[in-house]
Design a protein around this ligand. Structure first.
Ligand SMILES: Nc1ncnc2c1ncn2[C@@H]1O[C@H](COP(=O)(O)OP(=O)(O)OP(=O)(O)O)[C@@H](O)[C@H]1O
Ligand SMILES: Nc1ncnc2c1ncn2[C@@H]1O[C@H](COP(=O)(O)OP(=O)(O)OP(=O)(O)O)[C@@H](O)[C@H]1O
Lengths: 214, 214
């Protein structure tokens, strides 16, 4: 069972800390603001008032022993500084939030493993849901199992899965096709694909992200 | 092409408005705060300074002509009042944010079509991602195609898909099974399921949400 630490218990950090606690994970919450610590007493496994942008403090907290550290600090410079220190003390996996894409690029450059721009991600997902369009994003269902929707272009239009040699050609499994607002399962090599279709394919994230169009 | 209106351009409303605009949708932004309107000039299709918790204003805005209205107002009473007025003028599809589950229940009771608790949804999704566990949520990939991960219990343990008569019994298609940290495709009636497995199934959202355990 992994050990989590969340630095910065604003809206973002607290939401993640709660999500983790709900799933039975042990979570240490760290915030420099006493009020924040008091307001969250009893809700997290452990709470510590500390300023994480200070290497002695990080060492005292034993932050390098955590499996995952989430940086919920919004302020750009302080978030970057904190992440840099976490890299220096050797934290294994860091997730951090970013305010915008410039902030995101800097965080990835200094070695953050996963960046989230909370409002942008939510805005995108909700917009997709509301536009009645299909998810063209990659959706992770498990560590080794993701699904993506990919548009069918000119090249294979009118051919069936057998003729395309789908699995061999793309390295992923075609499971469903979305055409004119309806979804149809793809279970036979006779199933045809046409230009404009969206094919849902499953496989590992790394295999899926390489496929731009069919 | 649908017409969207977003009432309340705080963090949530603005994120959704931007997500929609990015996808080529036309979006009317409505906010009672002049500063908010000025700060977003040029970014949305149209911007109007107006107080939406007022039925004459809603009628003047022609809000009933929009296909989808998103209520981004955070304040609980004002959000409920605004939604109630939108129902009264006959808006076809309403999405609204809620602060917590009580607020969410009230909104569903008064007829909101879709409620989002932004921080809770994000906290849950990120927590699932970080715990390295499988997603047990229902994931919507298209209006008629969703996927859910469902735990296998005692009842069918050791039986294969053919013996279980999976599709007939559950009304959904089994596509993948996750066992001991690995995922395996389910393409044959000979494939067995065991207690503790997570089976990924696909189908319409309404069929999936009724299945609690296998
Ligand atoms: N160096 C630090 N060490 C510990 N906690 C910190 C540090 N810097 C900021 N915080 C805490 O992080 C939390 C988030 O603060 P910040 O102002 O950076 O972001 P925010 O955008 O207001 O957050 P949110 O939108 O998630 O509420 C606050 O509770 C703050 O006390
Ligand atoms: N009746 C109303 N008509 C139009 N706009 C409104 C109304 N009530 C609130 N708003 C606007 O909605 C926006 C969100 O305000 P509110 O204070 O309700 O939520 P919030 O929790 O601060 O929002 P967020 O967290 O998304 O920034 C503000 O820009 C506010 O001016």
């Amino acid at each position: 069972n992994k050990e989590f630490a969340v630095i910065g218990l604003g809206g973002f950090g607290l939401a993640i800390a709660r999500g983790l606690v709900k799933r039975g994970n042990s979570v240490l919450g760290i915030d420099k603001n006493r009020m924040v610590i008091e307001n969250n007493a009893g809700e997290l496994t452990d709470l510590v008032k500390a300023d994480a942008s200070n290497i002695e403090t990080l060492n005292e907290l034993g932050i390098a022993d955590f499996d995952v550290v989430i940086v919920g600090i919004g302020a750009i410079e302080r978030s970057i500084l904190t992440v840099q220190l976490l890299k220096e003390v050797g934290v294994e996996f860091i997730m951090a939030r970013a305010q915008n894409e410039t902030h995101e690029h800097i965080l990835y450059k200094i070695g953050v493993d996963k960046v989230i721009i909370p409002e942008k991600d939510m805005g995108d997902r909700v917009a997709m849901m509301l536009s009645g369009s299909v998810f063209l994003d990659i959706v992770d269902l498990a560590e080794d199992f993701s699904i993506a929707g990919i548009k069918v272009g000119e090249k294979y239009s009118g051919m069936n899965l057998g003729e395309i040699e789908f699995r061999k050609t793309f390295g992923v499994t075609a499971i469903m096709v979305h055409r004119n607002g309806k979804s149809y399962p793809l279970n036979s090599p006779e199933d045809k694909l046409f230009k404009g279709d969206v094919v849902f394919v499953s496989g590992r994230y790394e295999e899926l992200e390489n496929i731009k169009e069919i």
